[in-house]
Design a protein around this ligand. Structure first.
Ligand SMILES: NC(=O)c1ccc[n+]([C@@H]2O[C@H](COP(=O)([O-])OP(=O)(O)OC[C@H]3O[C@@H](n4cnc5c(N)ncnc54)[C@H](OP(=O)(O)O)[C@@H]3O)[C@@H](O)[C@H]2O)c1
Length: 260
């Protein structure tokens, strides 16, 4: 019987690193993708030593439109069959639709919409042929929140939830489940990259989760075949309340500005 293999994007930090650890602990060999090769190699050495799994490093910038094809070639060259995909790489840029360079806006679309969808479809078709597997697309609690002025992030994450549900409806007929994981505030490098660490560090600790808690709930939801997973009790309440708000109230809340 061939060994199971998981491919994790954005594995050099935060939630992606947490998924790499979780899947290694479950016996999956790994394909780790991100830009920072040294970090991936250090993580790979650690996971090989702790869990005895094989780790393949593919250093790629998912903002480059050829990246997904190169990742698939690397998978083929290594003779691997991916059974578990975690489409996790992402970031939130502080943008203005009036002032931001198109290249900045397009980078968000390329990484979190185009590359995520391309990997889900192209690897998903291979997984479907084998008739068993899991895909987790990391969205965000922001997908259910009012959208602040000038930001693509909320709309992008809303797309990730929608497309994941749509994919799950089709892939499940072939034994493959797709889960949109929607974390709330999680302790990672995300807000350092975004430049909002000082602002969000004033938020109450009840709003925050750590990576192992998010990964554990997301992993269990994927195994249980749940199309959408909002980890954490408090985040579930926020998503439900947000869904009850009239559109005009959501709009006014969005205009007040972002908190993430
Ligand atoms: N932390 C939160 O509060 C939170 C809440 C909701 C949703 N999320 C979502 O969770 C996911 C993971 O974020 P995180 O919190 O773990 O943030 P993080 O600690 O900043 O990690 C982000 C990961 O994405 C990778 N990445 C970013 N741009 C990339 C690119 N162009 N090409 C390849 N890899 C890229 C980074 O690797 P390199 O820099 O090495 O390329 C890194 O491994 C994201 O999709 C984010 O939107 C986070």
């Amino acid at each position: 019987m061939s060994r199971r293999t998981a491919l994790v994007t954005g594995a050099s930090a935060g939630i992606g690193q947490g998924f790499a650890e979780k899947l290694a602990s479950q016996g999956y060999d790994l394909v780790l993708v991100a830009r920072r090769r040294e970090r991936l190699e250090a993580l790979g050495r650690d996971l090989q030593a702790r869990f005895g799994v094989a780790v393949h490093i593919v250093a790629e910038d998912l903002g480059d439109s050829g990246a997904v094809e190169r990742i698939l070639h690397a998978v083929d060259d290594a003779g691997l069959h991916v059974d578990f995909l975690v489409n996790n790489a992402g970031f939130a840029a502080r943008t203005s639709l009036v002032d931001s360079d198109w290249s900045v806006l397009n980078q968000e679309i390329q990484v979190m919409v185009t590359a995520l969808t391309e990997l889900m479809v192209k690897l998903g078709r291979r997984i479907v042929k084998r008739g068993y597997g899991h895909i987790i697309n990391v969205a965000s609690l922001a997908a259910f929140a009012p959208s602040p002025a000038g930001m693509l992030y909320t709309g992008i994450k809303n797309y990730v939830v929608n497309v994941s549900e749509s994919a799950d409806m089709e892939f499940r007929q072939h034994g493959v489940r797709v889960t949109a994981l929607c974390p709330g505030f999680t302790y990672t490098e995300f807000h350092d990259v975004q430049g909002t660490r000082e602002q969000v560090s004033r938020l109450p600790s009840i709003l925050w989760q750590n990576v192992p808690a998010v990964v554990e709930e997301g992993y269990r939801a994927a195994l249980a075949g749940k199309p959408v997973c909002i980890p954490g009790r408090f985040n579930k309440v926020i998503a439900s309340v947000s869904g009850l708000l009239p559109e005009s109230v959501r709009y006014q809340l969005g205009r007040r500005g972002r908190i993430y």
